[in-house]
Design a protein around this ligand. Structure first.
Ligand code: COI
Length: 357
């Protein structure tokens, strides 16, 4: 299984980790994968000790933002090995983002091999508690040093790892989200469907304002008319109305094609729960809430997993969902998804790639 050049470190970062309070993305495991793109091609990459890197102030990414990333997880399974969850989807999405930002494609097979090796070399950093996992963060950026506005000619792809617990402090307890009616995350024709830093930068100001009002996240509306629901930035959004799932369509190009979003829609189909991907106006959502037809809402994301929404606020009016408790469909999705990820239930979709530890 191991094919890549490996440089062993003499120390370990293991002792820096507070295993009782992992939080999200605070600790970084011993090894990372690094590949370089030069003269029109990627090298085969290698496994190096995780650590600092030298950059020049003129490095183009710092100025013009040509950077894309991914997020996926490896789970410690009941048989003492690790499951990587749908890394092929991340490989594909990385290349979709790369196309949008005029960056080179990274071969899918090489990506999946690198993921497996990063998991293997960092095996002692995979948490064993349910609900915790080894989060993998691939990041690609333009590394040329030039000041003209143009695509970089050299790139780096790094994949590093972080042992994580839940993304939100609330864990599986419902979060409160606020609809932003003055900031936008993405616009039609822009970068909304790419997993690129710009979208997260655009979300910070609105996110800060929402936090001041007591909301953990912002529900973003479309950037043109502020009338249709897009996504939550750190996750996609799903609403349950009359026991059917409704989620914004990807056709607008302003929403990230979430791997968990796709997985939930497939699980729903498998369980016989009807789902709809369509343009959803905020009006429809608020009407369904007012009329008591909407019984649940939840976010889906790799970091966020399934995150029930207990309250939604718009223009200072707060709508409570399912008395602020997790709903039946959200719980079912959480149980099925995590069951597959931790190898507790059969994976009828062939989603997991096993790494023997
Ligand atoms: C993920 O879910 O993996 C993400 O990249 C979201 C990020 C905001 C943590």
């Amino acid at each position: 299984m191991l094919k890549l050049k490996f440089t062993e470190r003499t120390d370990t970062r293991f002792g820096t980790v507070n295993w009782d309070k992992l939080g999200f993305g605070r600790y970084f495991a011993d090894y990372m994968f690094v590949a370089d793109y030069k003269d029109g091609k990627w090298d085969e990459g290698q496994i190096l000790p995780y650590g600092t890197m030298e950059i020049e102030p003129a490095m183009m990414t710092l100025h013009y933002g040509q950077t894309i990333f991914e997020g996926l997880k490896a789970y410690y399974t009941v048989d003492g090995n690790a499951n990587c969850f749908r890394p092929d989807m991340n490989a594909k999405r990385l290349n979709v983002s790369a196309t949008k930002l005029v960056m080179p494609q990274f071969p899918e097979e090489q990506f999946i091999q690198a993921i497996q090796e990063v998991v293997y070399y960092n095996r002692k950093f995979i948490p064993q508690k349910r609900g915790e996992s080894l989060y993998l963060r691939p990041v690609m950026f333009g590394s040329s040093n030039l000041l003209g506005v143009a695509p970089s000619v050299e790139y780096k792809l790094i994949i590093f790892a972080s042992p994580v617990a839940s993304y939100y402090e609330e864990g599986l307890n419902p979060i409160k989200i606020g609809v932003s009616d003055n900031h936008v995350r993405a616009v039609r024709g822009g970068l909304g469907s790419a997993k690129t830093a710009a979208n997260y930068a655009a979300s910070l100001y609105g996110g800060m304002e929402a936090k001041k009002k007591g909301y953990s996240q912002v529900l973003w509306l479309d950037g043109v008319n502020l009338s249709n629901v897009d996504e939550v930035g750190a996750m996609n959004i799903m609403f349950v109305v009359n026991n059917e799932i409704y989620t914004p369509t990807l056709d607008t190009g302003t929403i990230l094609a979430g791997v968990t979003r796709n997985s939930v829609l497939k699980i729903a189909e498998h369980l016989g729960i009807k789902s709809h991907e369509k343009v959803l106006s905020l009006n429809e959502i608020l009407t369904a809430l007012n009329e008591g037809e909407m019984t649940e809402a939840f976010g889906t994301g790799t970091a966020a997993t399934i995150s029930p929404v207990g309250a939604l606020s718009y223009k200072d009016k707060e709508y409570i969902l399912n008395e602020g408790k997790i709903g039946e469909i959200s719980q079912k999705m959480y149980d099925t998804l995590l069951g597959i990820q931790y190898g507790e239930i059969e994976d009828p979709f062939g989603w997991t790639i096993k790494v023997n530890l």
